[in-house]
Design a protein around this ligand. Structure first.
Ligand SMILES: *Cc1c(COP(=O)(O)O)cnc(C)c1O
Length: 379
């Protein structure tokens, strides 16, 4: 019987660290010796290297991905009462900052196959108060950005791409022009939370933009609304990437393409094992985006998901539900505008998705053990 020799985890950050230990340890030591802990040269170098990798004019590092979304909305001058359209099937941060800023989150449903924003549903949700759309590149592939940008242009709306889960993915336009995820909208935002595809060893985040004025504004807002020390032109926030994280991220950025490839290889193994199974739907790929598999998420049909998770847990295999509750049914986001049944796709997905372990350190033996264990339960 196949047994896993190593503890199986959703993400194996320790295993990944072992392979780049010398580089990382040296980089951290060098920051400690420099004592430039905040806004040191490592932060600037990381910024420039990430700009180059993404092919974007400006990267503005900040403290985390949630702050990046908030800073983007503040830099765009969104005001109390403005409506911001976003996905109902996402991590809460997206809607949270909309609420925190006194803006009105307008939730829309997603496509059942790719889990990204349904373009027709966005169009239906647009009102005279709508100011921005926040597509989420969920689980590692881009929303349908070409259509979404055309819609935004038609209605004079800003677009902020929540790219916390898809850094490194490529978006391909109909004419084959290819750009990096997060560089299409007025802003793209990302998170360097440790488990993200480009993760530090603590918190971190960034905004991307090709617009010089927006970049200047966002940089100022992230720095207490200041461009000249002790002069404050805007009400801002304090949101910084620290130098130790930047030094770590510089090293991991050099490995990002190889990390994406490792995730794609694991996903291909899962695909092959589960393809054509009547109770399992493997993740659908967008025609316009590569998939960097922040998560590998199945949609289950006629499966007792709780029992399947117990079966896997008994074999030491974790499996997670991202996300179990749609935003409109969360206590904090309950709203008279919405009721159960209003978002049939999101509600169906919350009840039937299951994410399997996916990371850069999965070997075939482990993948076989996981897929065999899933299939054995369904027999
Ligand atoms: C992780 C994540 C965020 C928030 O990033 P933090 O760095 O944890 O603040 C925002 N949006 C999505 C879709 C995420 O997955």
């Amino acid at each position: 019987m196949a047994t896993a020799t190593k503890k199986i985890q959703m993400v194996d950050l320790a295993g990944q660290y072992e392979k780049i230990k010398t580089e990382i340890d040296n980089a951290i030591a060098s920051v400690l010796h420099s004592a430039a802990f905040i806004n040191g040269p490592e932060v600037k170098s990381f910024q420039v290297e990430l700009e180059k990798y993404l092919g974007v004019k400006h990267v503005i590092p900040c403290a985390n991905g949630t702050d990046a979304l908030q800073i983007a909305m503040m830099a765009l001058g969104l005001k109390h009462g403005d409506e911001v359209i976003t996905s109902n099937f996402t991590f809460v941060a997206t809607a949270e900052v909309i609420g925190l800023l006194g803006l009105t989150p307008v939730l829309v449903d997603v496509y059942p196959g790719t889990f990204t924003l349904n373009i027709a549903a966005i169009e239906k949700a647009i009102t005279p108060k709508t100011k921005a759309i926040v597509p989420v590149h969920l689980f590692g592939q881009c929303a349908e950005m070409e259509e979404l940008m055309a819609l935004a242009k038609k209605h004079h709306l800003y677009v902020i791409e929540d790219n916390a889960q898809a850094i490194g993915a490529d978006y391909k336009y109909t004419d084959d022009k290819t750009v990096k995820a997060g560089t299409i909208g007025h802003f793209g935002t990302t998170s360097f939370f440790p488990s993200k595809n480009l993760g530090g060893y603590g918190d971190g985040g960034a905004l991307f933009t090709n617009d010089d004025e927006l970049a200047k504004k966002a940089r100022s807002i992230a720095n207490h609304g200041s461009t000249v020390q002790y002069y404050h032109d805007d009400i801002g926030v304090n949101s910084r990437l620290d130098s130790i994280q930047a030094a770590i991220l510089r090293i991991k950025l050099r490995h990002l393409n190889e990390y994406c490839a490792a995730r794609q290889k694991a996903a291909a193994y899962y695909d092959k094992a589960f393809a054509n199974h009547p109770q399992i739907k493997i993740p659908e790929r967008s025609k316009h985006s590569t998939h960097v598999f922040h998560q590998y998420t199945l949609v289950l049909h006629n499966v007792d998901r709780t029992k399947l998770r117990e079966h896997l847990a008994a074999k030491g295999i974790p499996a997670m539900i991202y996300y179990p509750v749609p935003l409109h049914l969360q206590k904090a986001y309950k709203d008279a505008r919405y009721k159960e049944g209003d978002f049939p796709v999101t509600e169906m997905l919350c009840a039937s998705v299951l994410s399997l372990p996916i990371h850069t350190e999965l070997d075939e033996e482990t993948l076989k053990f996981i897929t065999d264990s899933v299939l054995e339960f369904l027999k």
